[in-house]
Ligand binder design. Structure first.
Ligand code: ATP
Ligand code: PLP
Ligand code: MG
Ligand code: MG
Length: 274
């Protein structure tokens, strides 16, 4: 099989691991060529006291794409998008998806609709309708967390049944595979991940229980979406096997991260150590 090649449009941080810093190395390890467009270049993730850097706008994205088009380089097997900070940039991505799919009708678009967590949005609210109306119908796979699932649906998700209903609504919008990276719909000490894939009109559903570590990680969602893309490719689209592999890898990375951080002052907040 030819080497799969992914265009990954996500954030870059100088210090730490979120966005493309979380996605590139694991994807390379799993056999992918990774071409990264950094939607932002920031000093660190948005949870720090100080944050500064540069944000690409839609004209900047257009320049990169135009030049690549001129060199006949817009040929990918996969597109992965994550943290996007501006509505115009996100709308431009919809054009990029269409062009990449025209060049390769088999291209798989994995969209992590990064908008927030734990009830709080950390991107402008104006991104939400663009995700709902323009991006979801173009995405083959989406990987929201529980809060992002609620935002996209426009309703609270308070039970596993609610979650399956939300996922069916995303299928109805054209998104064939949905993986909810985590939810607090289970017992107190567990996170529940859910996935559903439409096969011949039926939803094939998988649920996984993840023992909850007593810490808050940043960049874990970005590692989840990158690993999901890789394992869906390696397993021929098998969501059960993919979810198993993604969660095992994440738990190994997060446990190692936790052990490294033990004894440090800001012990409850840190980035994954890849
Ligand atoms: P973040 O919460 O970092 O903004 P996210 O909300 O997009 O990211 P999550 O769903 O929280 O992504 O995390 C992705 C994966 O990371 C989960 O599927 C789980 O495997 C792992 N994970 C994250 N936090 C924890 C935790 N506290 N304990 C155990 N596993 C975790
Ligand atoms: N990119 C940046 C710059 C961020 O600050 C964050 C979260 O704080 C993310 C991406 C998303 O990270 P996560 O993988 O935790 O959802
Ligand atoms: Mg989370
Ligand atoms: Mg996330």
């Amino acid at each position: 099989m030819a080497t799969p090649r992914v265009l990954s449009i996500q954030s870059h941080v100088v210090r730490g691991y979120v966005g493309n810093k979380s996605a590139t190395f694991p994807l390379q390890l799993l056999g992918f060529e990774v071409d990264a467009i950094n939607s932002v270049q920031l000093s660190n993730h948005t949870g720090y006291k100080h944050i500064d850097g540069q944000i690409l706008d839609e004209k900047d994205l257009d320049k990169l794409i135009t030049s690549m088009r001129g060199n006949n380089l817009l040929h990918y097997t996969h597109l992965l998008t994550g943290y996007i900070g501006s509505p115009a940039f996100l709308s431009k991505i919809a054009e990029v998806v269409k062009e990449l799919k025209a060049n390769n009708p088999n291209l798989l678009y994995v969209c992590d609709p990064v908008m927030g967590d734990d009830g709080k949005m950390y991107v402008p609210q104006s991104l939400l309708p663009i995700y709902q109306e323009t991006i979801l119908p173009l995405a083959d796979v989406i990987t929201p967390n529980q809060f992002e699932m609620e935002l996209l649906l426009g309703q609270k998700v308070e039970s596993i049944e609610d979650a399956w209903r939300a996922i069916e609504a995303f299928h109805g919008k054209g998104c064939g595979t949905v993986l909810v990276s985590s939810s607090t719909l289970g017992a107190k000490d567990e996170l529940i991940a859910l996935s559903s894939k439409k096969i011949d009109g039926k939803s094939v559903r998988v649920m996984a229980s993840i023992p909850m570590l007593d810490a808050h990680f940043t960049g874990s969602g970005d590692l989840f979406s990158a690993l999901t893309l890789a394992w869906l490719h390696k397993t021929g689209g098998n969501t059960q096997l993919s979810l198993d592999n993604v969660i095992y890898s994440l738990q190994a990375v997060l446990k190692r991260t936790l052990n490294k951080a033990l004894g440090k002052e800001d012990f409850k907040y840190y980035e994954a150590s890849l």
